[in-house]
Ligand binder design. Structure first.
Ligand SMILES: [Zn+2]
Length: 584
């Protein structure tokens, strides 16, 4: 087949962490062709410049004749074909970064994301690709959503370049957990050391899959694969159409709460197979792999997914309603500790993901709000608004199913402006006010009223810990740094900021007494609003005095508790929402 792109992926250089690649591109008679490598990978909105790991790029014709190639942009190489019908390109890619969105090769496994490895040619993006893995050690297997040749399992096929990029591959001697859920086969590949109850994991993941399948009326695939990586302290997930990569810490299995959070992550990535991959903003597929793809709707892609990952964990019985309320309280607390929530709308946060959320700096806390965090809260408020105004006849589930109906079939994405209309049509409600305030606006969200409609209330206290109600507030975040105590953030309007304390300052003394992290906490516990304190700091190399006036700790620790004497209608709404009886 003349218009198939053929790749060979050698994994022999495991000690030096180099993938050895060969790619064969039909030229179609062109005098030059441009080889490109994606500069980012879908689902992770940061320009990562994968091309920086490419070395030893060479091109030749099929008869062995070397072809001139030179770089003309940061991730674009131009080959003069000299009449060759096929350009054969060999190169190496350094891969030694263990995350869900990069590639990693060592003695224990090979894991890749297609964006990091596979050069492509624009006119061949729609052409099928074949991938042959070579230098496989004995006993190693390949696990991927890509189709494998039944005769030769080291030969994989992708329908086009997008599928190649969207299908990470795990190669090694990893164990597999294989099971059926909702009538379809599923596989979990496990890399890294972890001791846990595998039957329990399968039971829980199956429950997640079946609950989500019920919401959407079935599963839109023949088989699905989870690539599960265990790394101490690791955390992350990346969604794909037919699989997900999930990175977690092996210690999370020993603790029920952490295990619940891990299941939430699995539920999150799985939910994306609908929301994000098949129901998606127009900017998110087909992708421009060479530049940022901006959309105002990441609050839907990630916020709705953040809401549903937990709600569906509740519906599947994996967590109880009390845990759901506790986690909601934690989210509201985090949101209310971010001054930036008043400076950026959800649409703005979505659009600027590439330069804000994915590139956090010392001022993010004052300038930015996460579309995951606020988006999840807004998804819940939208759900409660729909439930209240339709007396429980409709919910956000109906909007999701409408999006699924409208935008999944033809494969086209939705325009950012279309979303509100679809939700309105699915629920029969005018939601202009809601979207203007919660989605396009920057004001604080009204949470009390909506929660009262389901028999819940907010309890606000001060203090980082529940036991920590007293004391004064400085409003600076600090980090211990090799025995030094450094200011990392000064919150907008806080005593720290008003007094002129800056990120980067090294805190030395409090009214002349030496400070360390514990010392600062103790001083604040013993302090009072209005206390005037002399802080001695190093600012760069200059010894400097800063005077701050301490304030009262804001009551920004939020718990979600039952509303005293909640009316019957609210109790009924609560039961319908969280699938549990309302209890005082
Ligand atoms: Zn996500």
């Amino acid at each position: 087949m003349s218009d198939t792109v053929e790749y060979r992926v050698g994994i022999g250089a495991r000690r030096t962490h180099h993938f050895d690649l060969e790619a064969r591109f039909p030229t179609g008679g062109r005098s030059t062709i441009d080889l490109l490598l994606p500069v980012w990978t879908p689902g992770s909105y940061l320009i990562r410049e994968y091309e920086r790991h490419v070395t030893e790029l060479r091109c030749h014709a099929e008869d062995g004749r070397e072809l001139p190639v030179r770089k003309v942009e940061k991730a674009r190489w131009r080959v003069t074909t000299g009449g060759a019908r096929t350009v054969v390109c060999s190169y190496r890619v350094y891969a030694h970064e263990v995350t869900v969105r990069t590639s990693h090769l060592d003695d224990t496994h090979a894991y890749w994301n297609g964006a990091t490895l596979f050069l492509y040619v624009e006119h061949l993006r729609g052409a099928p690709a074949s991938i042959t893995v070579s230098d496989l050690p004995a006993g190693w297997r390949i696990t991927t959503a890509l189709a494998a040749d039944p005769e030769s399992p080291a030969r994989l096929r992708a329908a086009d370049h997008d599928e190649l990029v969207d299908s990470p591959v795990e190669i090694g001697d990893h164990p597999l957990l294989e099971f059926e859920a909702a009538g379809r086969p599923h596989t979990i590949a496990l890399w890294g050391r972890a001791t846990f109850d595998r039957d329990r994991l399968v039971t829980d993941v199956r429950a997640i899959i079946e609950t989500q399948a019920r919401l959407f009326g079935g599963l839109p695939y023949d088989r699905y694969t989870f690539l599960l990586h265990f790394v101490p302290g690791g955390y992350g997930g990346l969604e794909h159409r037919l699989c997900a990569s999930v990175l977690t810490s092996p210690t999370n299995f020993a603790d029920d709460k952490k295990y619940g959070d891990f299941l939430e992550l699995v539920s999150h990535e799985f939910f994306h197979l609908w929301n994000g991959k098949r129901i998606r903003p127009a900017a998110l597929g087909p992708f421009d792999y060479q530049a940022e793809c901006h959309t105002r709707s990441l609050w839907v892609v990630e916020g709705w997914t953040s809401y549903y990952d937990r709600l569906l964990l509740r519906r599947s019985g994996r967590i109880d309603a009390a845990r759901f309320r506790d986690k909601l309280g934690e989210d509201l607390t985090r949101l209310h500790r971010i001054p930036g929530r008043r400076h950026q709308s959800l649409e703005e946060s979505s659009w600027d993901a590439w330069i804000k959320l994915y590139r956090p700096d010392e001022n993010n806390v004052n300038s930015t709000v996460s579309y995951y965090l606020k988006g999840g809260v807004v998804a819940m408020l939208l759900d409660l608004e729909i439930r209240r105004r339709t007396t429980g006849a409709r919910s956000l589930d109906d909007a999701l199913r409408a999006l699924w109906q409208d935008f999944s079939r033809g494969g086209a994405g939705y325009a950012d402006e279309a979303l509100q209309r679809v939700v309105e049509a699915a629920t029969g409600l005018d939601l202009e006010d809601f979207f203007a305030r919660a989605v396009r606006g920057r004001d604080d969200l009204e949470v009390e009223g909506p929660l009262a409609s389901v028999g819940l209330a907010l309890k606000r206290t001060s203090g980082i810990e529940a036991s920590d109600r007293e004391g004064a507030w400085l409003g600076a975040s600090t980090r211990g740094d090799g025995g030094r105590l450094r200011v990392t953030e000064a919150l907008d309007g806080s005593p720290a900021q008003l007094g002129g304390l800056s990120p980067g300052d090294e805190l030395l003394a409090w009214d002349g007494f030496r400070l360390d992290d514990d010392g600062l906490r103790d001083r604040l516990r013993g302090g009072h609003a209005g206390d005037r304190v002399h802080l001695t700091v190093f600012r760069r190399d200059q010894l400097t005095d800063v005077e701050v006036v301490l304030a009262r700790r804001p009551s920004d620790r939020i718990e979600v508790v039952p509303l005293p004497d909640a009316p019957e209608a609210a109790r009924v709404a609560y039961a319908a929402w969280l699938d549990d009886d309302w209890k005082a």
